[in-house]
Write a new protein. Sequence first.
Lengths: 218, 218
Amino acid sequence: MHNSFGFDLRALEVFIQIVDGGNMTAAAERLGMTQSSISQSLANLEKNLDTQLLDRSVRPIEITRAGRFFYDKACQLLQEARTTSQAMQKGRFDKLRHVRIALVDSLATAVGKPLADAVKRHTEQWSMTTGLSHMHGEALLSRTVDIIISDDALMDYPELSRFRILREPFMLVLPKSFTGEVKQLEPLIKQLDFVRYPAHSLIGQRIERNLRYRRTGW
Amino acid sequence: MHNSFGFDLRALEVFIQIVDGGNMTAAAERLGMTQSSISQSLANLEKNLDTQLLDRSVRPIEITRAGRFFYDKACQLLQEARTTSQAMQKGRFDKLRHVRIALVDSLATAVGKPLADAVKRHTEQWSMTTGLSHMHGEALLSRTVDIIISDDALMDYPELSRFRILREPFMLVLPKSFTGEVKQLEPLIKQLDFVRYPAHSLIGQRIERNLRYRRTGW
DNA sequence: CTCTCTTACGGATTTCGTAAACATT
DNA sequence: AATGTTTACGAAATCCGTAAGAGAG
């Protein structure tokens, strides 16, 4: 095999046609090839994956569990390859067609408006969604959105582009009735109730870390 | 080109390595090939796509707008190919690792529980989300979820499996104080306020169609 | 001058068609 | 028997390395 995956797009195309058509002869006709080539292609695919995808000991051919799993993945891969190919053919990269932005609710008013204006100058359509930043990471990685404004830089994914747009200090908010002097947080936390973000959110973790730092020196 | 896309997975791998490494020599080293092969592979890719991806008239090499677009798609395709390949290598299709289900809120209690029990018998982890059925279609197609329970059968996508699980009659709910006889809807709608689903939702459209049928005979 | 990319050429590999043998119903 | 799949074999296309030429800085 000339790549590290055990399959290439051509092999996926053949496999899908066999499954859709129910037999190799039909697949061959649809793809403009001989049935023999189809058979060889499938045999190679199964050898490279080291997995049986179809059960040829019965007619009509039956798909195995592994084959059904692979078929689903293959459809998705081919669909994406197809749309990518079409986008390249069209060849319009100067102006995007539809830019989808996701940001946390709290930033929608502060950053949302100027960003929307900037995006509007370069695109025809755009849309904006809000929600939890963790969802947005997923959405960006699955290409459901194009831009996220997030406290999570997703550093594990080198293919993303990042731009620092905002830096905020942590603020301690106290009741007006509070008169004492604030030098350390430790006694304050014992004295007053403390409202903070949930510990499983990214911002919550950073606050906890910050508190620990101020309390213990690290 | 032996497939209809203008590229194969190998070519994407080469292209990404050139972009990541910044030059062909580094890419060649990383891929265990000669720099010459890299050059040819890229040249072929550009020829097949009929698009210039990199600007070689400057050092270091610069990526074009089309190239940046293609790079993003290529990363996604390769990432999916990689995870698919790994899943096939592991070869465990008898028990899924994590099944994600999405259904409309109104069905969560009625169907959710028995479905969850059934899924639990065949999987290790599972999760369930609710929301609008239109979102669920998208989520299924982008493989963010594995199962949806929906009124939209997504008939445009032959690669999906469908199972009819529930059939509900349309109900007309009237105030207790209403005493007249109901034979036709037409006079009733003029007489009373009518609460229905929004017209842009799928269920709303079906209700409208049903009303029109009952009123006009079609 | 140095580093990097392109091009010409040829061998190795892969892909695909023909034709005949083999399998399933 | 009819329909459909595998296998052997060879031609064509593709991939990739060597080596020499071309271009950028």
